[in-house]
Write a protein that binds this ligand. Structure first.
Ligand SMILES: NC(=O)c1ccc[n+]([C@@H]2O[C@H](COP(=O)([O-])OP(=O)(O)OC[C@H]3O[C@@H](n4cnc5c(N)ncnc54)[C@H](O)[C@@H]3O)[C@@H](O)[C@H]2O)c1
Length: 260
């Protein structure tokens, strides 16, 4: 029960990585506050957690709206007494070639994936400063390190999350708040299931471990970063990627005969 007596916010908690993390943290004793634009799915999950003997509340929140994020954090503190961990995880994607990428989609993706993380972390951190400490974890992506085609807005937002993480870590260390990010590669969620087969196959070919990851494998990394075991880890972005970022020239067939 690594999260006993902790109050944890999970944004994007309705599905995928957020859902798996909420279930794991609740099983580890946390009281979980699920924030998502998908109110029905979030409420269903909260009921599922309570049905399993855990504690959870569901709140409809758009992470790109400062007023809604502030109201969410205020409600968590009023109803649950405190906020120990912020998992700023909500995210969206828009796929289009750079030359045709609509400006409106650029703004939409940056609003959720970068401004949303900034708002959730800033508002949570102000509460944590009052409490004397806390843990912040953001979901970045391997796309924050690599130029993945057709995802310029997404990639830039995720690179921003990685730098935001470092800057927050430096500024918040004096308040006993650690700030880290997770960079997943291809995790089997709605986000990657919507990719065409050919795009999935090309991504798979770049993963040395030869498979997509499961949302639970990201959830366990989040649990580590939120746990006492990570007490001296801050400003770090932890890749959960089956070796994707480690790859340079390598052979998927394992023969060692690399293309020249
Ligand atoms: N699946 C992957 O391979 C992968 C890889 C790298 C990074 N990520 C990141 O992981 C995070 C979770 O994605 P996922 O794969 O679980 O996808 P998902 O689509 O299953 O979950 C994303 C959740 O975010 C919610 N959301 C979207 N906009 C929101 C908003 N404005 N306010 C609040 N909630 C909002 C959605 O309703 C959804 O429940 C995202 O930040 C994504 O970019 C995923």
């Amino acid at each position: 029960m690594e999260m006993q007596d902790r109050t944890v916010i999970v944004t994007g908690g309705a599905s995928g990585i957020g859902r798996a993390t909420a279930l794991l943290f609740a099983a580890e004793g946390a009281t979980v506050a699920l924030g998502d634009v998908e109110a029905d799915a979030t409420e269903t999950l909260a009921r599922e957690i309570v049905g399993r003997g855990g504690r959870a509340i569901a709140v409809r929140v758009d992470v790109g709206d400062a007023g809604q994020v502030q109201a969410f954090v205020d409600r968590v503190v009023a109803d649950l007494g405190k906020l120990d961990v912020m998992f700023a995880n909500a995210g969206i994607a828009h796929s289009a070639p750079f030359l045709e990428h609509p400006e409106a989609q650029w703004h939409r993706v940056l609003r959720v994936n970068l401004t949303g993380v900034f708002l959730c972390c800033q508002i949570a951190a102000r509460q944590m400063v009052r409490q004397g400490g806390g843990r912040i974890i953001a979901t970045a992506s391997i796309n924050g390190f690599r130029g993945v085609e057709n995802l310029v807005g997404y990639n830039v937002a995720k690179a921003g999350v990685i730098e935001l993480t470092r800057t927050m870590a430096v500024e918040l260390a004096q308040h006993q708040i650690t700030v880290n990010a997770i960079a997943p590669a291809q995790i089997d969620t709605r986000l990657t299931r919507s990719l065409p087969d050919e795009a999935r196959a090309r991504r798979l070919a770049r993963i040395p471990m030869g498979r997509f990851g499961e949302p639970e494998e990201v959830a366990r990394a989040a649990l580590f970063l939120a746990s006492d075991d990570a007490s001296y880890v801050t400003g770090h972005t932890l890749a959960v990627d089956g070796g994707y970022l480690a790859g340079g020239l390598w052979s998927a067939s394992g023969t060692g005969r690399l293309p020249t």
